[in-house]
Write a protein that binds this ligand. Sequence first.
Ligand code: FMN
Length: 209
Amino acid sequence: MSGFLSYLIENGHGLPRNPLKALVAPRPIGWISTRSAAGVLNVAPYSFFNMVCDSPPLIAFSSGGRKDSLCNAQERGEFVWNLVSRPLAEKMNQTSALVGPEVDEFSLAELTPAPGIAIDTPRVAESPAALECRVTQIIRLTGLDGTEADQWLTIGQVLAVHIREDLIKDGLFDTGAAQPVMRAGYAADYAGIDAGAMFKMRRPDPGAA
Ligand SMILES: Cc1cc2nc3c(=O)[nH]c(=O)nc-3n(C[C@H](O)[C@H](O)[C@H](O)COP(=O)(O)O)c2cc1C
């Protein structure tokens, strides 16, 4: 039986690269669209992202530094999550380019803005699913000693949902058919979900969801 590499964070991992993000992987990608106070459209990927509870339905993304998506979500109080499907992976990657707030990243990546039904921020029309959100909280994150980090968690409540109809099978969203792209491992690593990657396992409690 193999041993373990065990280390205290304060002593370092001793590996060529920090394994943490490869351990907590794959992570869903929050492809976040926003509009600036000046009206410029923005879209960017965030893999420090997840749905954090379902009642109320809240999703969150975390920005290292005060990036445009955070500033726009704060200024306008809203953002949209767009699903990154495998055919959209390269466009998602283009939208991670470090460009100024004056650059319309829909145009940059040749994406089509589709108007919201609950908010004034457009979703990515090419994406097979999207969630329109209003910001509930923006939390500046701290470490154990209470020191404020330059890390900002934006939480939003989902107000409207868009799902491409061909992905609804017998009333259920077909996650495998949507082929979501996930962030995995190190800098250039991704994982894909497709029908073959899905499996079922019922919870032990009868009636549990
Ligand atoms: C797949 C992927 C995931 C990313 N996840 C994050 C993240 O969780 N937090 C972050 O601050 N930046 C993340 N980035 C980098 C941002 O996308 C990048 O800094 C981008 O320019 C931010 O755009 P914005 O200023 O328009 O918001 C990620 C990049 C990629 C390609």
